[in-house]
Each structure stands twice: as structure tokens, then as C-alpha cells.
Design a protein around this ligand. Structure first.
Ligand code: ASP
Length: 590
């Protein structure tokens, strides 16, 4: 057995005999003395073999990078210039006495400190080597500390850790399902859970009172940079607690986590209604570290004789808003063109701007292609509403409200990053009072959270004016990222049926898809609610990782594949026959 991890030996161990296991990080021959840097999970230590160790010296000489060794030796102090202050174990070294080669390694596809040069595909193909890098190991280690802190908190608060099925029926969270064909029920399919939502609610009906699970969820979505088809949630549900109480417990959990793992005091989280977040930041997950806000100028633009502005200003579904960037007049034309491309992604047809060169000169001190379309007094009023100063720039969005919000909301974050305007390290908040429904592209109503979220009004009011109804839902947001979200749930079947009706799900369809839930709600379902945190994103924020893939041991690529195992793969014809599946011929590529 090992006596110590390589990275944990200090000067306190001087003169002790140690047994170490690890990988050769580097081997150097210094004029008849062999130096081996031996690496394990905890770090690296230098081992020295002198020629008088005979066969062991020769063995030491024969090793190569990534060989697996057992080394026995004595800890001794380094002296003078040989002390390495950049190394955790730099004050000592091991005088090697015995060496066993436990396994050899062919030349690795990349050096552990050269990963940046090799590209992510190679790193993912040889993920087991990539994970040997201290940086990757550090992230997974922090992930483990995060889950253990969370488990401890929830255990101490009487939550029970209960597993729910992976082979199940559709659990809608707004994505496509991953389906698994059943061999024993020909032609039928299981769905992998998009979340444990329905099961955790059923656990409340069964009286478990407080539940949690660190649960795998599966969503077949078109992947964005920070998404994975298979991801992990910290899933929580409790009975007889209202939204405020659930927010208080889970906020406490995140505060304790940050204190314990990062020694950061997050303080109390402010709460902001959804409508305010959209109006001020154009986003339901505002990054409060950036000191810029959208300002409405609808009323002013109703009067101008410029269609681009007065059209949306007079449209009840439109919005005209301004975003002032203090000191932004230095932003170049080229950069403005880049920002115009950014807002175009969200449907904006252009990006109007005014630079403020000299306030003392009045209108003359402004520079902009759009000034000629606006009466001076409107411009003057707008400038005073925005409290502009010399050197500022103001950007405008004028379109459907949703386009303006997304366009200026994203521009705000991009400029915040580009101009280094981020003011503090952590800015958490709760966003509350979400609408129950929104209209999708086809004009159908969809749930903003999921269909099991309780409205803040009666079933009659809900059916009368669904788009006006608010839900008892809450999202926790940190630095512009949605960390988690949840709600008080519907616990009465009549209300659940009303919501299904609003969503255009007929009673028959509801019975077929969610009959088990509607039934359960009839047998004494307690009032309950909960939420789920995205563990991968939480770890990403806490480790400062740039990519979600860097905090998952074996992630999928952006096209939802695993390069290492080459999953998804083909199924052989026998397997398919057993599953009653015949593949359509692959479309011929034209
Ligand atoms: N099931 C929800 C989700 O996955 C979270 C919740 O409402 O508890 O987003």
C-alpha cells in the first residue's frame, strides 16, 4: 500500500521511508543521476536515483513518460538552489531506493502540459489522459466537494435521498425525449426522464415530505455551447412549504456551499419580478455585475417622424429602448458593425447609436446617422432622461418587445465583458412572478416552466386570461446564468386539468399521458413545491471553467456524441429484430 500521496509529502516527512505509486510526469538525466517527477492525484514529487542503487538506477533510466511506478525511498530536504518555490513539494525530494515498473505506456497522444495545442477532439478521444492534467482533476475534485456539501446540507435538513426511474414515460420539460425501445413490449418505448419532476411530486403524495436526488436528466435538444444532452440536476421537493420557505432553504444551501467550498459570503439574494428583469435588463437571468440598464423611450419615439422608431413605439407588442454605455464613444465603427451582427442573431434589423462628444455644444455635440430623423427637443429630452455625459454612447433597439429585449439584453452583456465593466465577482438573485405561459413561434401557448407549476390565480381566471396569469415560480440566477428554477406545484386535479386545457391538451390526451398524476392528485396530495439546480453549470461557475465539458468527466460533443466510445453506434440486426425495429434505408446522399 502507499504510505503517502506524492503531492502531500512535506518537510515534516523528512527522513521517513515512503512508498509511492504514480505516473512518470518527466524523467531527466543529470550527469549520472536520474530525476523522476512522479505524479498522482494529489500532485508531483521529485524522486532521485543515484547510480549506487544498481538495478533500480538502470530501471529508473529506462522509464518514459506515463509509465506507472511503485517507488520506495527516503524523504530528504532539498538545499540552496535546488529548492523549487513553485512546487508544492519543492522543499523536499525522495532519495529513491527501490523501483518497480507496474506498467509501461506508449507515447501519449499529447503531453499533459500541451493540451491547448491539441484541440478538444483529441482531448475527448483520450479523455482518460486529459483527466490526468491537474487542471481537469482539480475541477472534478471541486465537483465532488460541491456535491458532498450539498448532500450534507440536505441530509441535515431532513431531506431523503431517493432514486427515481431512468426508464420511464415522457416527463415534459420542453425538449425532445430520448426513447428506448422495449424488447418485451413490441413496438413500445420508454422515454428517459427530462427531469424527475413527476416522480418527485408522487413522492410528496406518498408522504416522503422532503426529497432530494442528484439526478441524471436527458434532453434531446439542439445543443448550445453550455448544454449537454445528459446532465445532472440537484433535484429537490418538499411538502407543506410555500415558495418563500423553499427559496429560503435553498438559498441557505447555496450560501453555505459557497462559504464552505470557496470561502465566499454571498449575502442575501435580492428578489426581482420577471417583468422588472425584462424591462431593466432585457433578460430573465440578468447579470447584475454589469452596471448598465435598458431605458424605455417609447413615449418619446411615438412622436418622431421616423418609421423605424415610431412603428414599434406605437405597437402594443413593440418596444423602443436605449442602452447607455458610459465612456463608450471610443467604440470603433468596426466594433459597432460587430455588435450589429450580434443583435441581428436575435432578429434586430439594425443597431442605431448616438455618440456624445460634447454635451456643452448641445445637439451639435452629438454624432449619429439617425439624428436627422428626430426633432431636436426629443433628442434633448432623451439625452436628459439618459443622463448622458461626454464620451458616452447610446445604442437603440426598436422592434417587437421580445426582439428588443433579447438583442439589447445580449448586447449589454457583451459590452460589459468587452469593456471590462464587471464590477464584482458574484451577483446572485431570485427572479420571481413569471408569467404562466408564453406564445411559441406558431402562436400556441406553452408553459414558461412546466405544466405542473401552480398559477397565482384561480382556475377560472387562468382560463379567462391565460397570458395575463402569473405563476408561483422562481429562478435562482448567478452572474447572468440560471442556476436553478422551480415552483409551487399544482396539487389539485381540477387545476391541473385546467392548465392542460389552456395548453391545448384534451382531457383524453391528458388522461393518456398523465393519468397516473391526475389520479394521484385525487388521493390526498399535500401542497408541495421544489426546484432543481443544474449541477454542471454550478460547478462551471464555481471552478471558473470556460466550457461545461470541462466539468464533466466524460461529456458529449456539441453534436451529442461521445468521441471516445463512438456512441451512439450501430445496432446489429439480431438486436434490432428482437426489438421489433426495422430501419428505413438511409436516404441516399444526393
Ligand atoms: N423539473 C424542473 C426542471 O427540470 C425543476 C423543478 O421545477 O423542480 O427544470
Amino acid at each position: 500500500m502507499r504510505s503517502h500521496y506524492c503531492g502531500q509529502i512535506t518537510s515534516e516527512n523528512i527522513d521517513q521511508e515512503v512508498t509511492l505509486y504514480g505516473w512518470v510526469d518527466r524523467r531527466r538525466d543529470h550527469g549520472g543521476v536520474i530525476f523522476l517527477d512522479l505524479r498522482d492525484r494529489e500532485g508531483i514529487v521529485q524522486v532521485v536515483f543515484d547510480p549506487d542503487t544498481d538495478q533500480f538506477f538502470e530501471r529508473a533510466d529506462s522509464v518514459r513518460n506515463e509509465y506507472v511506478l511503485q517507488v520506495k525511498g527516503r524523504v530528504r530536504a532539498r538545499t540552496g538552489a535546488t529548492i523549487n518555490p513553485n512546487m508544492k513539494t519543492g522543499e523536499i525530494e525522495i532519495l529513491g531506493k527501490e523501483l518497480e515498473i507496474l506498467n509501461r505506456s506508449v507515447t501519449p497522444p499529447f503531453q499533459l502540459d500541451e493540451h491547448i495545442a491539441v484541440g478538444e477532439d483529441v482531448r475527448l478521444k483520450y479523455r482518460y489522459i486529459d483527466l490526468r492534467r491537474p487542471e481537469m482533476l482539480g475541477k472534478l475534485r471541486l465537483r465532488s466537494r460541491i456535491t458532498s456539501s450539498i448532500r450534507r446540507f440536505l441530509d441535515n435538513n431532513d431531506f431523503l435521498d431517493i432514486e427515481t426511474p431512468i426508464l420511464t414515460k415522457a416527463t415534459p420539460e420542453g425538449a425532445r425525449d430520448y426513447l428506448v425501445p422495449s424488447r418485451t413490449h413490441a413496438g413500445k418505448f420508454f422515454a428517459l426522464p427530462q427531469s424527475p419532476q413527476l416522480f418527485k411530486q408522487l413522492l410528496m403524495v406518498s408522504g416522503m415530505d422532503r426529497y432530494y436526488q442528484i439526478a441524471k436528466c436527458f434532453r434531446d435538444e439542439d445543443l448550445r455551447a453550455d448544454r449537454q444532452p445528459e446532465f445532472t440536476q440537484i433535484d429537490i421537493e418538499a411538502s407543506f412549504l410555500d415558495d418563500k420557505q423553499i427559496m429560503a432553504i435553498t438559498e441557505g444551501m447555496i450560501r453555505e456551499l459557497f462559504k464552505e467550498v470557496l470561502d465566499v459570503e454571498l449575502g442575501e439574494f435580492p428578489r426581482m419580478p420577471y417583468s422588472e428583469a425584462m424591462a431593466r435588463f432585457g433578460s430573465d437571468k440578468p447579470d447584475l455585475r454589469i452596471p448598465m440598464e435598458l431605458v424605455d423611450v417609447n413615449d418619446l419615439m411615438q412622436q418622431v417622424d421616423f418609421k423605424v422608431f415610431n412603428g414599434p413605439a406605437n405597437d402594443p407588442e413593440g418596444r423602443v429602448a436605449a442602452l447607455k454605455v458610459t465612456g463608450g464613444a471610443q467604440i470603433s465603427r468596426k466594433q459597432i458593425d460587430e455588435y450589429t451582427k450580434l443583435v441581428a442573431i436575435y432578429g434586430a434589423k439594425g443597431l442605431a447609436w448616438i455618440k456624445i462628444n460634447d454635451t456643452a455644444a448641445g445637439i451639435e455635440g452629438l454624432q449619429s446617422p439617425i439624428l436627422k430623423f428626430m426633432p431636436d427637443e426629443i433628442v434633448t429630452q432623451m439625452m436628459s432622461r439618459l443622463a448622458v455625459a461626454d464620451g458616452d454612447i447610446v445604442f437603440f433597439g426598436a422592434d417587437k418587445e421580445s426582439v428588443v429585449n433579447e438583442a439589447l439584453g445580449s448586447l449589454r452583456v457583451k459590452i460589459g465583458e468587452d469593456l471590462d465593466l464587471i464590477q464584482k465577482e458574484w451577483a446572485p438573485l431570485w427572479v420571481v412572478d413569471f408569467p404562466m405561459f408564453e406564445k411559441n413561434g406558431e402562436g400556441h401557448l406553452t408553459s414558461l416552466h412546466h405544466p405542473f407549476t401552480a398559477p397565482a390565480c384561480s382556475a377560472e381566471e387562468l382560463e379567462k386570461n391565460p397570458l395575463g396569469a402569473l405563476s408561483i415560480a422562481y429562478d435562482m440566477v448567478l452572474n447572468g446564468t440560471e442556476l436553478g428554477g422551480g415552483s409551487t406545484r399544482i396539487h389539485q386535479s381540477d387545476m391541473q386539468k385546467a392548465v392542460f386545457r389552456v395548453l391545448g391538451i384534451s382531457d383524453d390526451e391528458a388522461q393518456e399521458k398523465f393519468g397516473f398524476l391526475l389520479d394521484a392528485l385525487k388521493y390526498g396530495a399535500p401542497p408541495h413545491g421544489g426546484l432543481a439546480f443544474g449541477l454542471d453549470r454550478l460547478v462551471m461557475l464555481m471552478t471558473g471553467a470556460k466550457s461545461i465539458r470541462d466539468v464533466i468527466a466524460f461529456p458529449k460533443t456539441q453534436s451529442a456524441a461521445c468521441i471516445m466510445t463512438e456512441a451512439p453506434g450501430d445496432a446489429d440486426s439480431k438486436q434490432l429484430r428482437e426489438l421489433n425495429i426495422r430501419l428505413r434505408e438511409k436516404p441516399k446522399s444526393s
